[in-house]
Design a protein around this ligand. Structure first.
Ligand SMILES: [Zn+2]
Ligand SMILES: [Zn+2]
Length: 341
């Protein structure tokens, strides 16, 4: 007789309602999966969108959300591989993809039309255990604590991939709009790459943190921001992490000729521009969503060297509803991570 193993999980049972803790069956890893005991699980604004039903799961509820999970392997599926019980691994929003389409074959698995999203289309990390696919998980260097590693899985990775898409080189200027968790990571990544960073936000407190994280200049995100950035020489790249359309005209006004604007946050607004503004100045506008595994590995290597630090607010797992409520109210500076150790 086998005893059914269970685990504690925070279930989304009804959109718009608090998560409900329940004991549910512990998942069994399939051949190509590993079972991971979660040590730390980051809370992301995407979880709020899912919770409210604005970004409803394709599957019927209940759902275990959470896509910034880090923990150690406790069991391995039958397929071979080099992973061992005890290895620390993590997963972000890309749980796995088809592996054979044009995008998967060219480092664009995060744009695969067929990718599974952790904590959205498959069970996520707001639970004591989760299964991860061997080919798609990320190995976490031992030099990074699980609390530090968790927000790198989504926020850090998205910031890193966005930075790379700006094409800004050492000595050039990057303007970073929106200084929440992603903006804070992007400041450090851009500085490590030798860029000059102008940090832009409406919040004086966030601008002060940006300075402390290494931003060369800070600019208040009012209607004069574009002119202020032009007075500082203009931006060769702009990246938007603020979930509001109001930053769009500021970014257009801030751009130096041939700058790239990277859109990462997803405001509901339609963004307008006069064609000549983009054409005459040779601007480029690029979208960026999540990150591929190589970008994740590059970021983890930087973080393992102690060069990328999150501004992290740690909470116990059983306070997950408080953590989500704080995000809704905009009370969080940086990232929130649930400690499940
Ligand atoms: Zn996320
Ligand atoms: Zn694919």
């Amino acid at each position: 007789m086998t005893t059914l193993l269970t685990m504690k999980a925070a279930l989304l049972q009804e959109y718009g309602k608090p998560l409900v803790f329940a004991d549910v069956p512990r998942p069994m890893p399939k051949a190509d999966e590993v079972l991971v005991k979660i040590e730390a699980s980051g809370v992301c604004f995407t979880d709020v969108h899912i919770l409210k039903g604005e970004h409803a799961s394709p599957n019927p509820l209940p759902l275990i959300m959470g896509h910034e999970g880090v923990g150690r392997i406790t069991a391995l599926g039958s397929a071979g591989g080099t992973l061992k019980v005890g290895d620390r691994v993590g997963i972000g929003y890309v749980f796995g993809a088809c592996g054979h389409c044009r995008d998967c074959l060219t480092g664009g698995e995060n744009y695969c039309p067929d990718f599974d999203a952790t904590g959205f289309s498959v069970s996520g990390c707001f639970a004591e255990y989760v299964c991860m696919r061997k080919e798609w998980l990320n190995r976490i260097p031992e030099a990074i604590s699980p609390i530090e590693a968790a927000p790198l899985m989504c926020a850090g990775a998205a910031a890193y991939a966005s930075y790379k898409k700006t094409g800004v080189h050492a000595g050039e200027t990057l303007a970073i709009f929106g200084l929440g968790g992603l903006g804070q990571y992007a400041i450090q990544i851009a500085k490590l790459s030798g860029a000059r960073v102008i940090a832009v936000d409406i919040s004086e407190a966030k601008l002060a943190t940006a300075k402390a994280l290494g931003a060369d200049e800070v600019v208040v995100a009012d209607s004069h921001a574009g002119a202020a950035i032009q007075a500082l020489g203009g931006a060769h790249g702009c990246v938007n992490f603020a979930p509001v359309g109001a930053t769009w005209p500021l970014m257009l006004a801030a751009c130096a000729p041939r700058a790239t604007i990277v859109l990462t946050a997803v405001p509901a607004d339609q963004l307008a521009f006069y064609t000549y503004e983009v054409v005459e100045r040779g601007l480029k506008v690029v979208g960026s969503s999540a990150a591929n595994r190589q970008e994740m590995n590059e970021l983890l290597a930087l973080a393992a060297g102690g060069k990328v630090k999150g501004v992290i607010n740690t909470m116990p797992f059983d306070q997950i509803n408080d953590a989500l409520a704080c995000l809704v109210e905009g009370q969080v500076e940086g990232r929130t991570v649930l400690d499940l150790r």
